[in-house]
Ligand binder design. Structure first.
Ligand code: SF4
Ligand code: SF4
Length: 384
């Protein structure tokens, strides 16, 4: 295959619905040869693996967040390089993302774990969504099915949903079950460590998150739950103050310093992003990384929402401010307007900006110093 311009390939990679391989051979140096116009020169990659809790899955510490990928060649290259976990979701790109992942994985069965997600919805709707996801992915079994974007304990504790996910697990439609969360993460993880009802948690985690979240991550890992980190780049904002330096590698290294984060799923849309992220495997934080993160932190402090939920009480009409900020981040940080709109559309009337017509002045306030009235104004211009 033309894409496979590499000299040595990692071994022991296992795939969706297959039995576990007897062993991944550990850190092998891969030398990637130039040969396609998208690659420039040679890059050195050292695959690094961790075990995803009690699932036993040996996963590359940098895995593939497919959320925004439209070019399947980038995903093919990631597989060539040994990345062995791909993350998609029912809602990404209106289903086209699962279709793209399905086409790639049909050619490359057994080379990577495939994970998808479905949002909270009435049970019959969730059944339809998952059936549709399996069809789009052209698979009978996925490796992990996540209950997507969980914000509150009562949603996490919905017994009907837990029964449904466990039924799918028994039926072999998913090997493992998990949930994902971008908000109120510490509380949800602390509870999940006690419940032990889910096999894997996909959690927004980066150098701007709280020590309480790090503690909760350590607790769930101790309970045998697999931990996958997302939103590792703290928004991926670009700023002239950073010059040509990008904090992406330093941000990923920061997350992977914690051995209780078993893998990460940075979003990769280009060969350049893939090359940048994949080289982080096996690397430690150095002085330059700390300096870069400090500078990046100063840049994003006035704008980056940590989803800590502390502002909720300041809005008497119940607008989901952390979620509004996440949608804004997709526009301002990622430059991905459709992704922002998709996420905004998932908010209920009760939580979205339609509530703001009831205020003559915004009273929302952030404990981390974000100018929320101004943020809400920007969000109104974009979404309302
Ligand atoms: S806006 Fe501020 S207080 Fe509200 S969730 Fe974000 S960081 Fe926390
Ligand atoms: S204007 Fe501010 S305080 Fe009023 S509903 Fe909107 S977010 Fe809440």
């Amino acid at each position: 295959m033309k894409r496979r311009n590499f000299l040595i390939k990692s071994s022991g990679v296992i795939g969706a619905g297959l039995a576990l391989s007897s062993g991944v051979s550990g850190a092998q140096k891969l030398a990637l040869a130039a040969g396609e116009e998208q690659d420039s020169g040679k890059i050195q990659v050292t695959p690094e693996y961790r075990v995803l809790g009690k699932t036993g899955m040996k996963v590359t510490t940098v895995s593939y967040g497919a959320m925004r990928t439209t070019d399947p060649a980038v995903l093919h290259r990631a597989l060539d390089l040994g990345i062995n976990l791909i993350d998609t979701a029912h809602g990404y790109q209106d289903g086209n993302n699962e279709i793209m992942v399905g086409k790639v994985m049909k050619e490359r069965r057994g080379e990577a774990y495939v994970c998808t997600k479905i949002h909270p919805a009435p049970i019959d709707k969730m059944e339809t969504m998952f059936e549709e996801s399996l069809k789009r992915l052209q698979m009978n079994t996925v490796d992990i099915l996540y209950y997507h974007n969980i914000k509150e304990l009562d949603v996490l504790h919905n017994e009907d949903v837990l029964k449904l996910f466990n039924k799918w697990k028994k039926e072999g439609k998913t090997r493992f079950i998990g949930f994902s969360t971008h908000k109120n993460e510490a509380e949800l993880l602390e509870q999940a460590a006690k419940d032990k009802a889910w096999d894997v948690i996909l959690v927004a985690y980066n150098f701007k998150k709280t020590p309480q979240l790090t503690k909760a991550i350590n607790a769930v890992a101790k309970a045998g739950i697999g931990v996958v980190g997302m939103k590792t780049q703290a928004g991926g904002y670009k700023d002239s103050k950073m010059g040509s330096l990008t904090p992406h590698q330093a941000s990923l290294k920061w997350v992977l310093q914690n051995p209780n984060v078993h893998t990460t799923i940075p979003s990769m849309t280009t060969f350049e992003e893939l090359n940048e992220d994949i080289q982080v495997m096996g690397q430690k934080m150095g002085r330059r990384d700390h300096d870069l993160l400090e500078r990046y932190g100063q840049v994003i402090d006035p704008i980056y929402c940590r989803s800590c939920n502390a502002c909720t009480a300041s809005c008497r009409h119940g607008v989901d401010i952390p979620e509004i900020n996440r949608c804004l981040m997709y526009v301002e940080g990622y430059g991905d307007f459709p992704l922002a709109m998709t996420n905004y559309a998932e908010l209920s009337e009760r939580e979205n900006l339609s509530q703001c017509s009831r205020c003559s002045e915004c009273a929302a306030s952030c404990i981390h110093g974000i100018d929320l009235p101004n943020k809400i104004k920007s969000a109104m211009n974009i979404f309302a």
